[in-house]
Each structure stands twice: as structure tokens, then as C-alpha cells.
Design a protein around this ligand. Structure first.
Ligand code: FPP
Length: 263
């Protein structure tokens, strides 16, 4: 059940938000929400702070939005935390970003456990620093029996390299006889991707006003509803998440057909 207390301080606000939340909860909530968390650097620049200050603030937004998504009943929240292209950034920034998952889990894991959140990752985590890998694996292990929100971090993730790895794995299975060429179809290919058991996102949110997918879940986003918002990630709030979900609920998903499937 959504904790309405989080959203208002005054009774007037309660009146406005109470109705709003009830309306949102009476329509289908996107099962899988994916977010490209963009704009940390610009947030910091606006305040004449170093870029890493934006990432630190962005980490606080991750905590807030995880809780909000869980309260709304979202089942999977996939967050693009570090892309295969992000290695090209200056080393001090990369080093800082590498430490964030550990910092995040150090301070937030007990709460995630309490909130029944299950932590998962996609991407090549073995290339991350050993202490980051350890922290992430420990979080995955300690939350593996939770059955609330799945908080899926895309870490050292890139969609094209994911697809190449899937094709290599698939060719290997054909060679060793565990897969027949005629059995390859979209569903089969999806099973070779890192999202195998998670399924495709229903809603993709990208913050900061950029209109790109930046090598994120290119296969999985084929029929996802896209929502671009001109708010920098550290400023993205529960209110913005509600707006995104409301926008999703007002769309008609046709999956390429003519008859709309009302959301
Ligand atoms: C993009 O903003 C953001 C990133 C590359 C890093 C995302 C990381 C976080 C939000 C921190 C939380 C992470 C964890 C694991 C809890 P940008 O730096 O490209 O911003 P800019 O486009 O304004 O420069």
C-alpha cells in the first residue's frame, strides 16, 4: 500500500495528493520501469560544484525513487548507473562513480532489506573494483529471498555488447547442439540477454532533457513507452515519478497493431 504520508505536509496537500494517488493506484502501474539517470554533471555545474557532487546528490535521488517506486507497486526498477562508455570519463570521476554502489549499499542496504527489496545487477560487474564487486554481490546475496521491488542496477552495461555476448553464447549453443537454428525466435534471443527473467521495461524515463537512448536496453525497449523529462536527475522527485506514471497511464499501447490496448 502506498504510504501517502510521504507526499504531503498540510491537510490541503493531503486533499490534492490523496485523490491523485488513489487515481494512479486504480490504473495499471508499469511493472518494469527503467531510468536513464542523466544530468548529475549539469546539476553540479549550475552550483559551481565539482561534477562528483552531482553524482553524490544523484545517489540520494536513487534512494528516494527506489522507495517511491516500491510504494507504488512497481515490480522492477532498472537504473542505468554506469555504461560501458562511461569509462571514457576522466579517471577521478570514474573512480568516484565506481565507489558509489558500495557507498549506496553501505548506507542503504539495511533499509532495502527492511523494505523487502531484492537487489540485482546487469552488465559486466567483474571489471569493477574488487570492493565494489564484493559489496554488490553481498547485497544480491542478502536480498535474494526478498519478493518486493527488484532494484536492478545496470553497471558497466552497454546494450550492443550485451547483444554481441548473447549472439556468441547462442552460436556456442548451436555448435554444441543444445540449441537448434530453427528454434531461434525473439523469445529465445531475449533469454540470452541480461534481462532474461526480468522482461522488457513498460516505461523508460530519461531525465535532463536529452532525447537519446545512449546504448541502453535497445532490444528490450522496442515497445516501451518513452518519457523524457527536462529535470536533472538530482532534482527528480517522487512528484516527477508520479507524473511519469500518469503519462504512462494515459497512453494506449498498440504493439504495432491497430487496436489500442488501454493502459
Ligand atoms: C549521468 O549524468 C549519470 C551518470 C553517468 C552516473 C549515474 C549515477 C548516479 C545517479 C549515482 C547513483 C549510483 C548508484 C550506484 C547508487 P552525467 O554525469 O552525464 O550528467 P551531465 O550530462 O549533466 O554531465
Amino acid at each position: 500500500m502506498f504510504n501517502k504520508m510521504k507526499l504531503w505536509n498540510t491537510s490541503k496537500e493531503k486533499e490534492i495528493y490523496g485523490e491523485r494517488i488513489d487515481k494512479i493506484l486504480s490504473h495499471p502501474i508499469p511493472r518494469h520501469v527503467a531510468i536513464i539517470m542523466d544530468g548529475n554533471g549539469r546539476w553540479a555545474k549550475k552550483r559551481t560544484l565539482p561534477r562528483v557532487a552531482g553524482h553524490r546528490e544523484g545517489m540520494k535521488t536513487v534512494k528516494k525513487i527506489t522507495k517511491s517506486a516500491n510504494r507504488l507497486g512497481v515490480k522492477i526498477l532498472t537504473l542505468y548507473a554506469f555504461s560501458t562508455e562511461n569509462w571514457k570519463r576522466p579517471k577521478p570521476e570514474v573512480d568516484f562513480l565506481m565507489k558509489l554502489p558500495e557507498q549506496f549499499l553501505d548506507s542503504f542496504l539495511p533499509e532495502l532489506i527492511e523494505e523487502n527489496v531484492k537487489v540485482s545487477t546487469m552488465g559486466n560487474i567483474e571489471q569493477l573494483p574488487a570492493s565494489t564487486v564484493k559489496a554488490v554481490k553481498e547485497a544480491v546475496e542478502r536480498t535474494k529471498n526478498n519478493d518486493g521491488l527488484i532494484l536492478n542496477f545496470a553497471l558497466n552495461y552497454g546494450s550492443r555488447s550485451e547483444m554481441i555476448a548473447a549472439i556468441k553464447h547462442l552460436s556456442h549453443d548451436i555448435k554444441n547442439g543444445t540449441l537448434k537454428e530453427e528454434d531461434i525466435d525473439e523469445q529465445c534471443f531475449s533469454q540470452y540477454l541480461m534481462t532474461d527473467s526480468l522482461g522488457d521495461p513498460d516505461l523508460l524515463i530519461r531525465t535532463s532533457g536529452e532525447l537519446r537512448l545512449s546504448n541502453f536496453m535497445l532490444w528490450q525497449l522496442a515497445y516501451t513507452e518513452l518519457y523524457f523529462v527536462d529535470v536533472l536527475w538530482p532534482d527528480f522527485s517522487e512528484e516527477h515519478l508520479l507524473e511519469a506514471v500518469e503519462s504512462y497511464q494515459n497512453r494506449s499501447r498498440r504493439y504495432g497493431g491497430l487496436i489500442g490496448e488501454e493502459i
